[in-house]
Design a protein around this ligand. Structure first.
Ligand SMILES: Nc1ncnc2c1ncn2[C@@H]1O[C@H](COP(=O)(O)OP(=O)(O)OP(=O)(O)O)[C@@H](O)[C@H]1O
Ligand SMILES: [Mg+2]
Length: 365
């Protein structure tokens, strides 16, 4: 067959994105085809720079063209990405944060299970793939981000009276902790918290973002519900340990998001096991085994991955140096980088196939 644009496109029509179940051409992923003698180049725009299938898709493109069009073709796909947006859920004002493609809440039922640790490292890991990422600490009673990034400045204000997020490790950051003192915070009630969160989200100059991660306060009460309802979320991630009490609360978290029609993108099992540094192959399941994994299966949501208990991960949080930056080879870094990719993948799947979710009543304004 002759090597021309039409034949190349026909061959690429046989390459199916394994997550989205459709071919690259009908997904509008192929651009800039150039043919010069036996050389064929084109761009494949994946739905996220964190795509775990990148290499497989590249190989499949090369094979399709060499098998179906010309076996002597020298195929050079340029793998790029254009993050798809999805803010179909939630009740939030749709005009809010228009330049942000995906807003993802990180929640848990039980406190102290590692939401903030996961949020921070997930945000940095996504930024490391080349995505534009923001992170908001919505926990006004116990903000974590100032410590976990070792950043304690006050954000500047633009001439249009917008806050300028602080930036570290490639992530744009905002924390209630940058804006109000702890003494002030303790007297705030639920509705005040959610309207403050909404205000600081909308009155911040984020610029264009692929992912904005919201680190929620622990629990499934009114505060969490109102935050979730005031922002047009793409979906939520639930963090749990394998322990029964944490799982019971995680189940409540899944139910809370269900009630307000926010899709749960998946569950993460944190503190899944401990491997002593001198016995790295041994796994002690201190809080139980596979609890969150089983819960995800039972509730029909994706399991995004497990993170071991690691001293370095905790130290990284305390010293403001996220482990994915400090030690990318640590077991927890490898785990978090993989689950960041799976999260991006779930978002892309959701954006390609998800039904728009309907609005429900807002509890508080
Ligand atoms: N996998 C882990 N290995 C070791 N330490 C961890 C791990 N995950 C979290 N921690 C530590 O556990 C503590 C609680 O974590 P973190 O603050 O992230 O939880 P949280 O769910 O955000 O808490 P809160 O409910 O108070 O917001 C922190 O000291 C953190 O460093
Ligand atoms: Mg926290």
């Amino acid at each position: 067959m002759t090597l021309n644009e039409e034949n190349v496109l026909d061959a690429l029509r046989t390459v199916i994105d394994p997550d989205l179940g459709r071919d690259l051409v009908s997904l509008n992923m192929i651009e800039d085809i150039a043919i010069n003698g036996k050389k064929v180049s084109f761009t494949v725009n994946l739905t996220t720079p964190a795509c775990p299938m990148k290499e497989e898709i590249r190989d499949a493109c090369i094979k399709a063209i060499t098998h179906l069009v010309d076996k002597e073709a020298v195929v050079k796909p340029e793998m790029s990405s254009r993050v798809t947006g999805g803010r179909t859920s939630g009740q939030g004002d749709e005009n809010l944060l228009k330049e942000v493609k995906n807003i993802v809440a990180v929640a848990s039922g039980k406190g102290g299970v590692g939401k903030s640790t996961v949020s921070v490292n997930l945000a940095v890991a996504l930024a490391q793939t080349g995505a534009r990422v923001g992170l908001v600490d919505t926990d006004i009673y116990g903000p974590s981000i100032p410590t976990m990034f070792d950043i304690h400045d006050r954000p500047d204000i633009t001439v249009n009276r917008k806050l300028v997020p602080l930036e570290k490790y490639g992530v744009k950051l905002l924390s209630m902790g940058f804006l109000i003192s702890q003494d002030e915070a303790v007297v705030w009630r639920g509705p005040m918290v959610s309207s403050a969160v909404k205000q600081f989200l909308s009155e911040t100059d984020w610029g264009e973002l692929d992912y904005l991660i919201l680190d929620l306060p622990p629990g499934t009460g009114d505060i969490q519900l109102t935050i979730v309802q005031s922002v047009p979320l793409t979906g939520a991630i639930i963090v749990s340990t394998p322990q029964v009490v944490a799982l019971d609360d995680a189940r409540k978290g899944v139910a809370m998001f269900g009630k307000v029609n926010v899709p749960v993108l998946g569950i993460i099992e944190n503190m899944a096991y401990f491997s002593p540094p001198d016995l790295p192959d041994r796994k002690y399941h201190i809080f139980g085994k596979d609890g969150a994994k089983n819960l995800a299966e039972k509730m029909g949501v994706a399991f995004l991955g497990e993170i071991p208990i690691e001293e370095q991960l905790r130290e990284g949080g305390d010293s403001g140096k996220p482990i994915v930056v400090e030690n990318p080879k640590a077991a927890s870094s490898i785990a978090i980088t993989a689950l960041a990719k799976r999260t991006a993948q779930q978002i892309a799947i959701r954006n390609a196939t998800g039904e728009p979710t309907k609005k429900v009543e807002i509890l508080y304004r």
